[in-house]
Design a protein around this ligand. Structure first.
Ligand code: FES
Length: 102
């Protein structure tokens, strides 16, 4: 496995669940979120307190926009941009990992 490839099984899980966490062989904790603009990959770290955005391997989404919800203090993020649109880190962004999006 090359370090810049996400296994198909993880992409399938993300497609079925709306998103999934993934840890690279190098140990970087990420999230993969399918969007109409293509898969987005972010570092699995909330800009508020740098806590993980999954809970027991699952991501939580809210509303028709399917905003990603931080399980710690409820910040909400746009899946395509990673921008926080509500909560304690309003206006900050999740860190994208574009190398893993292809
Ligand atoms: S750690 Fe995500 S909102 Fe606080």
């Amino acid at each position: 496995m090359t370090p810049n490839r996400i296994p198909q099984a993880v992409r399938t899980q993300a497609a079925e669940q709306g998103g999934a966490p993934y840890t690279t062989p190098e140990g970087e904790a990420c999230l993969i979120i399918p969007t109409p603009a293509g898969d987005r990959v972010f570092v699995n770290s909330c800009p508020h307190r740098r806590l993980p955005l999954d809970r027991r391997g699952r991501l939580q989404f809210s509303g028709e926009q399917r905003l990603l919800v931080c399980p710690n203090h409820g910040a909400k993020f746009e899946p395509e941009s990673g921008r926080c649109v509500a909560g304690p880190c309003f206006g900050k962004h999740l860190q994208r990992v574009p190398d893993l999006e292809a």
